[in-house]
Design a binder for this molecule. Structure first.
Ligand code: FE2
Length: 138
């Protein structure tokens, strides 16, 4: 895992989406800090639960933006499929942590960071471009 700076490369231009992404990235940074500081299950357990719940909350908010703006069905399908996979991996992270601790989850946590930032740069940018175009044409 690395610490991720929430910089312009991760901004989509939509304030609501960006602030939710910043919060999500912040949780990954907390996980990274807990790892480097050697924190135990009393810290990491609740942190993973928080990450799981907020992932679901954030993806639901994005999916509401899609259905509320006539986002093309094929794009929505691809986007939501990635949300499902990401959510499933966060669940795997919790199970793996309970089974083996930090050493076990570091590769998956790193992979999730990469998936999430890639998803933001591709899928979420595409969604925000659509939202902006939809707003412009009313
Ligand atoms: Fe998304």
């Amino acid at each position: 895992m690395i610490r991720i700076e929430f910089d312009d490369s991760l901004r989509t231009g939509d304030q609501t989406v960006d602030s939710q992404h910043e919060k999500l990235i912040g949780m990954f940074n907390e996980l990274h800090a807990a790892s480097t500081e050697g924190r135990g299950a009393e810290v990491v357990g609740p942190l993973l639960e928080k990450l799981h719940d907020y992932t679901i909350e954030h993806f639901a908010a994005e999916q509401k933006l899609m259905t509320g703006s006539r986002f093309p069905a094929s794009d929505m399908l691809t986007h939501v499929e990635e949300h499902v996979q990401l959510t499933q991996k966060v669940r795997d992270l919790i199970v793996d942590y309970h089974n083996g601790g930090f050493a076990t989850i570091l590769p998956l946590a790193t992979l999730l960071q990469e998936w999430l930032t890639k998803h933001i740069r591709q899928r979420d940018r595409q969604l925000v471009e659509h939202l902006e175009a939809a707003r412009a044409t009313g």
